[in-house]
Ligand binder design. Structure first.
Ligand code: ATP
Length: 224
């Protein structure tokens, strides 16, 4: 990899992806363009710490992400959280990426999140460390506002201090800024897709056809 690419910001996109859908895919694709990311590293959670167990196994969610991002040269898959025995937490994941054998300390990392996930970050394990390790790129999501007045007070204070809409701020330092960006509003959620499937209804056009086939062939998300 050339030095120029190696110093270009890398997006880090974690999620349960139960299943991955076009909301996720457009978020990552539009973040890469809007924020000048060299690539987006997708990191499916193994055992998410803060929510109930996903409906399908970590290996199966990983397989679905692999299928969904196949052929996109800017997307990379990171299986470390899925392979880990312990629950998934973002701060240890970012600490791992900061190791010299991964990205090191100089490269800007941009943790990508939708507005809902951003608003909940103060519940994350050791969340105060997040901005020491990465920038945060926050995408608008229908139904959720990105507004200091609606954030928990500690996050609102950080957002006032570190918030920006200028992607150029991401290249000035390896971490520490919160940059918001507008993406094509897509009111799609994995919850809704699971609901449709559990009722025997079609989720087609909410996620790639290859995934619809995969889910059908594996009989995922049937019943309650
Ligand atoms: P669920 O409905 O099961 O809670 P989800 O659709 O919100 O799932 P997650 O895997 O929890 O998907 O989300 C991973 C990340 O993608 C989060 O940061 C979330 O905010 C973001 N995200 C998911 N869907 C969208 C969307 N339609 N628009 C913008 N961001 C999204």
């Amino acid at each position: 990899m050339s030095d120029a690419v190696q110093n270009q910001p890398l997006g880090v996109f974690g999620g349960t992806f139960d299943p991955v859908h076009y909301g996720h895919l457009r978020l990552a694709e539009e973040a890469a363009d809007a924020l000048g990311l060299a690539a987006v590293r997708w990191i499916p959670a193994g055992r998410p710490a803060l929510r109930e167990s996903p409906r399908v196994s970590a290996a199966q969610r990983l397989a679905m992400v692999r299928l969904a991002i196949a052929g996109n040269p800017r997307f990379e898959l990171d299986a470390a959280e899925v392979e880990a025995a312990q629950p998934s937490y973002t701060v240890p994941t970012l600490e791992r990426l900061r190791q010299p054998e991964h990205c090191g300390t100089a490269r800007p990392l941009v943790l990508l999140a939708g507005a809902d996930a951003f608003a909940g970050m103060t519940n994350w394990h050791r969340w105060e460390r997040l901005l020491e390790l990465a920038h945060i790129g926050v995408a608008h999501r229908p139904g959720y506002s990105i507004d200091a007045a609606s954030l928990p007070p500690a996050l609102a204070a950080l957002y006032r201090e570190r918030g920006s809409t200028d992607p150029a701020d991401l290249t000035g330092a390896p971490a520490g800024r919160i940059v918001t960006f507008a993406m094509t509003p897509l009111d799609i959620s994995a919850t809704r897709i699971r609901e449709l499937l559990s009722k025997g209804l079609s989720p087609r056009y909410l996620l790639p056809d290859s995934l619809v086939d995969y889910i059908r062939n594996h009989h995922f998300y049937l019943g309650n």
